[in-house]
Design a protein around this ligand. Structure first.
Ligand code: THU
Length: 135
């Protein structure tokens, strides 16, 4: 049976929060963590990794997706993602991450953004990027 996003939500938020603590963000000081629920129940995390050459920065969401792919997962294995940042307002995935999510996640897959406070936002991947680029 495929893992369920709703019943794994608390674990995903915990995992994304731990990942946020591993962020390398000495330039922006804005730490982000991401946790992806895979169809086999595994949780794969990522954090943002900045660089003194700013354009090379990798966001938390993409770190998590690339980590999952490098472990052998593929399209159809990605159930949903939690993005955790600090502050009072949940922050939504950047455009580059939206394109990368749409490469691997189902269009209806959930994306949940959480922060230090109660404020949360949820979307489907398709809501974040309608008509994403496809070759
Ligand atoms: N960042 C993410 O990790 N995910 C996003 O979706 C938006 C931005 C990171 C990149 C950079 O390290 C910091 O947040 C500030 O832009």
């Amino acid at each position: 049976m495929k893992a369920s996003f709703n019943s794994s939500k608390e674990k995903l938020i915990e995992a994304a929060t731990s990942a946020m603590g591993r962020a390398w963000c000495p330039y922006s000081k804005f730490a982000v963590g991401a946790a992806i629920l895979m169809s086999d129940g595994e949780i794969i995390t990522g954090c943002n990794v900045e660089n003194s050459s700013f354009g090379l920065t990798n966001c938390a969401e993409r770190t998590a997706v690339f980590s999952a792919i490098s472990r052998g997962y593929g399209r159809g294995d990605f159930i949903g993602i939690v993005v955790r940042a600090g502050g009072n307002r949940a922050s939504s995935p950047c455009g580059a991450c939206r394109q990368v999510l749409s490469e691997f996640f189902d269009p209806e897959a959930p994306v949940l953004a959480v922060c230090d406070k109660d404020h949360q936002m949820t979307w489907t991947v398709k809501e974040l990027l309608p008509d994403g680029f496809r070759l």
